[in-house]
Design a protein around this ligand. Structure first.
Ligand SMILES: Cc1cc2nc3c(=O)[nH]c(=O)nc-3n(C[C@H](O)[C@H](O)[C@H](O)COP(=O)(O)OP(=O)(O)OC[C@H]3O[C@@H](n4cnc5c(N)ncnc54)[C@H](O)[C@@H]3O)c2cc1C
Length: 489
């Protein structure tokens, strides 16, 4: 039958394509991948990423399994990152809320899954610079986030799609899933809208991997709260919560942090949805080396609370709470070379001055006198500890309403720089409840026959915050799992 498949996968992001490949590995013969976007806009948020994957590894020998040509020398320390370290980070950033079972699956299968992707033909490379520092002449990787896909998000999606095509899996663009076909207590396909034509596609099982609701201002406001309609979207405009809504219609259970999301400091004048050409360049996350002021001229976060990998995903939400949802990040000449390359883009909302007095006057929308007082107060409250960006150095302030607990350098050397930021939402944390086979559970915790979910659509993994690079790993791990059991269904 033309419109009948073993497995239909919804979406062409990392989770969907991992699910399709895994379904093929596990014996599904007729697999269809459907994508709401055009071929040009395919790949969802996965396409916008740096392609950085967090996973557990024992050291150089494990990394070499993923990159057979990986350099090794006395001047490079790749470190190690155990499953227990990954689990500890998951617990830490989610305040212990991450579902133990799901995070065990995520962390425990992380290496094996990335290795599987590399054996399929995905090429990885060390994240030199962003995730490493030179200390005493040695390149030292930190934070457990060591590899990214060579060519980042675009190559991730293009390569996975090429591999998928080699597996004789069919891909259909401009085909939006609008509903699930649900008959006799079982999901037996999807109803799709294809160029204004609605049709049914039947399948033995359906894997939903069509993202969260980050690009839907109505759902953002409903679940994340007031002000979230004002956020800018860092990724695709296509993740509008369709899969979540479809699953709820057949009785799926909601799970996880529905009022939470990954959101970062993002250029104040960035567009409503991101632009693939400079996507990640709107991000402004070198704040640990400076301070951040709101419209009242006050600091509102501890910029040095932890390594940026562990704070960047939650600070976007803090700026939503500030007047006019705006803030300015302040740096001086000493730390300017340490800022990520996105601070160099021409379109960045940046002002520069030779004195602090001059600088604060250029901060549009900010109480300049209060801003100046705050910077001076900050400068006068810093201890004498030596600055060291590779560790949480304890160079901190004392006596402030919000202290900066690490990397508190004085802002005292001209020229001074300020970057205007607002909130950029990356993806939402609330999702569906799944079991160990990736099956979506209903309200009485029983699997909905024929329905699987992966990627951003899975709830219960991330709460409040997230360790950088775990989104792609989660998509790959749960995509592989869902694909396997969807094929066996
Ligand atoms: C700028 C940016 C940088 C990031 N960097 C990283 C990083 O380096 N490392 C990391 O781990 N994470 C990163 N993330 C997070 C990461 O993108 C996500 O965690 C991950 O890509 C989610 O994958 P997914 O497959 O679940 O969703 P997506 O990749 O978003 O795929 C969902 C797909 O479903 C499609 N779709 C939606 N609705 C429908 C429908 N009704 N019918 C059919 N198709 C539909 C969408 O068009 C899309 O193709 C970043 C995110 C952004 C925005």
């Amino acid at each position: 039958m033309k419109n009948f498949y073993d497995v239909v996968v919804v979406g062409t992001g990392n989770a969907a394509l991992s699910a399709a490949l895994s379904a093929s590995d596990n014996g599904a013969k007729k697999i269809l991948v459907i994508e709401k976007a055009s071929k040009k806009e395919r790949g969802g948020n996965s396409r916008y990423t740096n392609g950085a994957f967090r996973f557990a590894y024992k050291g150089y020998s494990d990394l070499k399994k993923i990159i057979p040509t990986l350099k090794n020398s006395n001047s490079i320390d790749y470190g190690k990152y155990t499953t227990a370290d990954f689990m500890k980070d998951m617990q830490k950033v989610t305040n212990g809320k991450t579902d133990k079972n799901l995070s065990k699956i995520l962390t425990g299968n992380s290496f094996e899954t990335i290795h599987w992707l590399s054996k399929k033909g995905l090429k990885f490379t060390p994240i030199e610079g962003r995730q490493s520092f030179v200390v005493d002449g040695k390149m030292k990787y930190w934070g457990g986030l060591t590899l990214e896909v060579d060519g980042q998000g675009e190559t991730l999606v293009d390569s996975l799609l090429k591999i998928v095509e080699k597996h004789k899996i069919k891909i259909q663009y401009e085909t939006a899933a609008v509903d699930l076909v649900y008959e006799k207590n079982s999901v037996s396909g999807v109803e799709v809208m294809n160029k204004n034509k609605v049709e049914k596609i039947y399948a033995k099982s359906v894997v939903l991997a069509c993202g969260g609701f980050e690009s839907n201002p109505e759902m953002r406001t409903r679940y994340l709260g007031p002000g979230w309609d004002m956020a800018k979207v860092r990724g695709t405009k296509h993740n509008t919560g369709d899969g979540l809504n479809m699953a709820f219609k057949v009785g799926a259970s909601a799970f996880g942090n529905w009022s939470g999301c990954h959101a970062v400091f993002h250029d104040l004048n960035g567009p409503e949805y991101s632009d693939l050409k400079i996507s990640n360049k709107y991000r402004k996350i070198s704040y640990p080396w400076g301070i951040v002021l709101n419209a009242d001229g006050e600091r509102f976060v501890d910029e040095g609370e932890d390594f940026r990998n562990f704070t960047y995903a939650k600070f976007g939400k803090e700026v939503i709470k500030q007047p006019n949802q705006l803030a300015w990040q302040i740096f001086d000449k000493k730390v300017r070379p340490m800022l990520y390359s996105e601070y160099d883009v021409k379109s960045a909302t940046m002002v520069k001055a030779n004195t602090l007095e001059e600088l604060v006057k250029k901060l549009t929308g900010v109480n300049s006198q209060k801003a100046l007082d705050t910077i001076k107060e900050y400068n006068n409250s810093i201890n004498d500890v030596k600055f060291n960006p590779t560790i949480k150095d304890g160079k901190s302030t004392t006596g402030l309403k919000i202290n900066k607990t690490n990397w508190a350098n004085k802002i005292d050397t001209a020229p001074f720089y300020a970057y205007g930021v607002t909130c950029g939402i990356t993806f939402t944390f609330g999702g569906l409840r799944i079991n160990n086979k990736g099956q979506v559970l209903n309200k009485v915790m029983k699997p909905i026959k024929g329905l699987y979910a992966a990627g951003e659509m899975v709830g219960g993994i991330f709460y409040f915050n997230y360790p950088g690079g775990s989104g792609l790993t989660s998509g790959a791990v749960f995509g592989k799992l869902a694909g396997k059991f969807a094929a066996k269904h």
